[in-house]
Design a protein around this ligand. Structure first.
Ligand SMILES: CCCCCCCCC/C=C/C(=O)SCCNC(=O)CCNC(=O)[C@H](O)C(C)(C)COP(=O)(O)OP(=O)(O)OC[C@H]1O[C@@H](n2cnc3c(N)ncnc32)[C@H](O)[C@@H]1OP(=O)(O)O
Ligand SMILES: Cc1cc2nc3c(=O)[nH]c(=O)nc-3n(C[C@H](O)[C@H](O)[C@H](O)COP(=O)(O)OP(=O)(O)OC[C@H]3O[C@@H](n4cnc5c(N)ncnc54)[C@H](O)[C@@H]3O)c2cc1C
Length: 615
């Protein structure tokens, strides 16, 4: 018999003014897609051995990892067995696109995540046809587990500054991989420490003493039978982190480690037997895996944000606190407009990121198809857009998840709420796959170039076309959607123009272009981010905004119910569908090992002698 649902949540669900299932179907891409997703979740989550008897937070660092590997094996097999052979690849992708299934099993991500998120995409994007056939067979069957090893102890952002060398030896037709310094050690790659046995390594290729740029190499670093590190390989784990503590991020140093010539992934650039180097059509194609993951991250942020606001909104409908009016009893905290302000932007942003992710994925698929035909025209625009959207969605999601946490008071600070762990996951994305400031400056580089082209009358790409609109600065604001968009375009234009004016001013004062760029970089980042509108219009917009909050209020619980996250995926004492937050908080508290006995041994060992002055 399912537990009684909290009365306030029942009332909220009765008040809802729209069909929740319809919105769920829309988000999934249709009723069939919802059905497929739910069927997959039912199957996988009914697998034995997927869940923890003791909450993960009470395990040691080492136990957490070992437990995560145990679950990863069970989870991966369950996902494989749950695949519906009658479904198309696209239907399968849709079923997982919105599902956070893995989050029901791993609060802090899986030790297999890099294999699926980067090792396989790197092979697909960087290997030639023959290499792809061989390595995809082994990787897709999990005969090998891989990761993506690019970042080093001394370099993450500046890829051209990576120190790991790959020197071609034509006599043996091998590459010699070497870490010449401590700072050259690969540092950060997930799964690297104890899980994976292969990796795609980004290393600086040298042939006959000449630099041939950064190239991708597939490298085995552990014996497939014994899992021992191979000769010339130094391996280890980088230690405890804010989050990602079951991803097994590691370090790897090479000491003259030899690999055969066919281990350089040669889709874009090639090295022939005699050492002849055939250049890539564009050296940035080597960065392709990062562009792909930046696109994936946008959708990941939409889902994680939806999960956090689901927890916070349901809790805010259940939690009653303080007094809005004398003698009116304690209101639901969701009735405070400040609470609505904190949370409803999160709901709206999640939907905005979902739609943006779909648009960006289509753009990525088109540009990737063009690249296959040798057409690189739209690669720079894809790079600029992917940088901007990855940076904006991860920054906003981190802010909004943290706001969801603090809007739940003390209980939001409990690990059992799962909000701290969700924050740990999303805030990492502000750094990995390109630190956000750095990516914003990449976008700014494209914006400045586009404005210069617009000013010389050239046509711009669709996403930059707002820079060539002769938008009158006396634009009449109205708070229609169209008016707001026009306003934002006008301001965005002004930001790029102002950054450019600033750079020209510094150049006129005698600074070189690089210093002028650096001096203007705060404005350049602002030109890539969102920006605010002038004062007079804020009041008009504010009235509209507060009116909208009131309209959303009766539908808030319905809106988060429509995200359709089952309790195991929310994994939260505060966000469960039935709203029994207090019972769940107590159930979870009692699982603490410290509650196993009424008097902890430290009393007799330390406290008692201390209080009696005997220590
Ligand atoms: C939730 C789900 C979780 C999914 C699970 C994820 C788990 C976490 C895994 C994390 C993995 C990692 O972090 S992997 C490691 C990630 N690391 C990074 O992302 C490193 C970030 N740094 C970089 O990308 C580069 O260093 C960058 C900043 C772009 C600068 O590169 P360069 O110095 O080589 O290039 P620049 O001199 O700046 O620019 C030269 C020209 O090249 C262009 N250019 C630069 N990069 C380009 C690119 N990728 N594609 C096309 N063009 C590019 C520029 O626009 C310029 O064009 P013009 O203007 O026309 O000249
Ligand atoms: C959880 C997590 C997982 C990761 N997983 C992987 C992985 O699997 N594989 C992998 O290869 N890497 C991985 N990374 C590493 C990640 O890609 C790097 O941390 C990231 O690229 C930033 O590089 P860095 O840490 O060396 O910082 P740096 O590059 O040293 O940058 C430090 C700071 O300097 C400033 N800065 C740097 N360059 C510029 C610039 N040009 N303009 C303005 N400011 C600048 C920025 O403020 C930046 O935050 C992971 C990182 C994290 C946190």
């Amino acid at each position: 018999m399912s537990a009684k649902v909290n009365d306030d949540l029942l009332t909220e669900r009765r008040k809802c003014e729209f069909n929740v299932e319809e919105l769920t179907n829309y988000l999934d891409g249709g009723a069939q897609a919802t059905q497929n997703r739910r069927k997959l979740e039912d199957k996988v989550l009914s697998t034995k051995g997927l869940f923890d008897e003791v909450p993960e937070e009470y395990l040691s660092h080492k136990e957490k990892y070992e437990n995560a590997v145990r679950k990863a094996v069970v989870y991966y097999k369950a996902m494989k067995e749950a695949e519906d052979p009658n479904q198309t690849e696209q239907e399968r992708a849709n079923a997982t696109y919105r599902s956070l299934l893995h989050a029901a099993v791993f609060k802090d991500n899986s030790p297999f995540s890099l294999h699926l998120a980067m090792f396989i995409p790197a092979i697909l994007g960087q290997a030639d046809e023959e290499q792809k056939k061989y390595w995809m067979k082994r990787a897709s069957k999990m005969e090998i587990i891989g990761t993506y090893a690019q970042t080093e102890l001394g370099h993450g952002t500046f890829i051209r500054g990576l120190e790991t060398t790959a020197t071609y030896d034509p006599k043996t037709e091998e590459f010699v991989l070497h870490s010449p310094t401590l700072t050259a050690y690969k540092w950060w790659p997930g799964s690297l420490a104890h899980t994976a046995n292969y990796c795609v390594v980004m290393a600086h290729l040298y042939i006959n003493g000449k630099s041939c740029g950064i190239q991708p190499f597939i490298v085995q670093f552990r014996d497939e039978e014994t899992h021992q590190p191979l000769p010339g390989i130094k391996l280890g784990e980088i230690g405890a982190k804010l989050g990602f503590n079951t991803v097994n991020n590691g370090f790897l140093g090479f000491d003259q480690h030899r690999i055969p010539r066919n281990r350089m992934l040669m889709k874009n650039a090639q090295v022939l037997k005699d050492g002849t180097f055939k250049r890539s059509p564009n050296s940035k194609l080597t960065y392709g895996t990062m562009v792909y993951v930046r696109v994936v991250i946008v959708n990941g942020m939409a889902n994680q944000l939806a999960r956090a606001v689901t927890i916070a909104v349901r809790y805010s409908a259940v939690r009653r606190q303080s007094e809005l009016k004398p003698d009116a009893g304690e209101p639901q905290i969701l009735d405070y407009v400040t609470q609505q302000h904190k949370l409803f932007i999160g709901i709206a942003s999640s939907h905005a990121f979902t739609l943006t992710a779909k648009w960006l994925t289509r753009m990525y698929q088109k540009v990737t198809a063009d690249l296959e035909k040798g057409n690189l025209d739209e690669l720079p625009e894809l790079h600029a857009i992917a940088c901007c959207l990855k940076a904006v969605t991860t920054t906003d999601t981190s802010v909004l998840v943290e706001r969801s946490r603090t809007s739940c008071g003390g209980h939001g600070y409990m690990l059992s709420s799962n909000l701290p762990q969700i924050y740990g996951l999303v805030t990492a994305a502000c750094t990995y796959e390109g630190e956000n400031t750095v990516l914003m400056l990449q976008t700014a580089r494209s914006l400045v170039k586009a404005l210069e082209q617009a000013q010389s009358g050239k046509r711009l790409s669709p996403t930059m076309s707002y820079l060539s609109e002769k938008v009158s600065s006396r634009l009449k604001w109205d708070n229609s959607i169209d008016g707001i968009v026009k306003g934002f375009r006008r301001v965005a234009y002004g930001k790029v123009e102002s950054a450019m004016r600033s750079m020209r001013k510094y150049v006129r004062s005698g600074l070189g272009p690089e210093d002028a760029w650096n001096m203007s970089s705060v404005q350049l980042v602002a030109a890539s981010e969102y920006t605010s509108i002038s004062e007079a219009d804020i009041r008009q917009l504010q009235d509209t905004y507060e009116d909208l909050l009131g309209k959303i209020r009766p539908n808030a619980v319905g809106l988060v119910d429509a995200f359709d996250f089952r309790d195991q995926i929310l994994n939260s004492t505060l966000g469960a569908y039935d709203g029994r937050v207090y019972e769940r908080l107590m159930e979870e508290a009692l699982k603490s090992p410290l509650n196993a006995e009424p008097v902890n041994q430290s009393f007799h060992k330390y406290l008692k002698p201390f209080m009696q002055g005997k220590l």
